[in-house]
Unconditional design. Structure first.
Length: 346
């Protein structure tokens, strides 16, 4: 099988010839020109590209985005202005320093911007990018995050968000409602577009939200929107890369087909055996902890095979990936993973 055939069998819940292994485009791109990758492709490695089958236009909103070099650092500042006011976010060397949302007024401005945004299909652009991928490239339609996750991850940041839920509840809920209307539209577009598997890039960690908020704000979005995708014949996966145990029962009942970037301890709090016991029918696209790649080859091989035994004793419903942190010793360690997975061949 090719990597695309393996992934397709994995998505189907069937048994591929061996457990698939992939790496995110944004992790791989730093050294993409290194010829050493070609041997890994030959051994079965795939690269995943998350592509949008939708685009957006914004009415009466101006964006200014400026990057300068200062003191050896790259400083970026983005300002968005609408008739309701302006919001500002900044980065230093790619790391966010200031989020858009800090005051109730910031929430009102961003809500106004979202309401001025029109989302439309971009199917031809998606297809052109997907068809241009190399044979070891895998195109995946991106659904983006559900509304509360957008606020937490993209607009407020975890610390601010935790206060805003209490202090600015009215403004948080107004922005949530605007983002939900937009998310419904995105769901409709993605459902009617290309691709079989859809990625909901949630970046959800249960310890930052808790089961009550998850039940109130996130599960209803899944229950409303994911059946639209299912009716179009698509699978839906959620990027859950952290601790999940306190929400395991809610996740079990949610209409999620695949848990992606599922990471065992110490970053996560469920082993693959515990995850499989909690979610017997869900597909797992599991991230190997970056510390695992530092193990001696024999121990890394044993760890990979142990995780296969825990999550996929029948060789089904499991793939591995590099999704969270690029292993510095990839030339030495990733071939060990690929060789171990070859041992799972039928």
């Amino acid at each position: 099988m090719t990597i695309r055939e393996r992934i397709d069998a994995f998505w189907s819940g069937e048994r591929p010839d061996c457990i698939p292994y992939t790496i995110y485009w944004n992790e791989w791109r730093h050294t993409a020109d290194d010829p050493a990758w070609h041997e890994l492709y030959r051994q079965g490695l795939g690269v995943t590209w998350y592509l949008r089958s939708f685009t957006s236009t914004v009415r009466d909103v101006v964006t200014e985005d400026v990057t300068v070099e200062e003191g050896g650092s790259k400083l970026r500042r983005q300002v968005r202005r609408s008739p309701a006011g302006e919001i500002v976010t900044t980065w230093e060397d790619g790391w966010r320093q200031k989020y858009f949302l800090e005051t109730p007024e910031d929430y009102r401005v961003l809500t106004d911007i979202i309401e001025r945004t029109t989302v439309v299909p971009a199917y031809e652009d998606y297809r052109a990018k997907a068809e241009a991928l190399p044979p070891w490239g895998i195109a995946i339609p991106e659904l983006w995050r559900t509304p509360l996750q957008q606020i937490q991850v993209d607009f407020a940041g975890l610390e601010n968000f935790s206060y805003h839920l209490i202090e600015y509840e009215e403004e948080v809920r107004a922005l949530y409602d605007a983002l939900l209307r937009q998310f419904r539209r995105i769901t409709e577009i993605v459902a009617a577009g290309p691709g079989r598997y859809v990625s909901n890039l949630e970046n959800f960690m249960a310890n930052t939200l808790g089961p009550d908020r998850f039940r109130e704000f996130i599960v209803p979005v899944y229950e409303e929107c994911f059946p639209v995708l299912h009716a179009a014949g698509k699978l839906v996966g959620c990027h859950y890369d952290g601790q999940l145990a306190v929400c395991r029962d809610l996740i079990a009942r949610a209409p999620i087909d695949l848990i992606e970037s599922l990471t065992p301890p110490p970053e996560g709090d469920l082993t693959l055996a515990q995850a499989r016991a909690a979610w017997p029918d869900k597909l797992f696209w599991s991230n190997l902890n970056v510390s695992c790649y530092e193990l001696p080859p024999a121990e890394l091989r044993e760890l990979v095979l142990q995780r296969v035994a825990e999550a996929a004793p029948d060789g089904r419903r499991l793939a591995f990936e590099v999704s969270e942190q690029y292993p510095a010793n990839w030339k030495q360690s990733m071939p060990v993973v690929l060789a171990a997975l070859q041992e799972t061949r039928r």
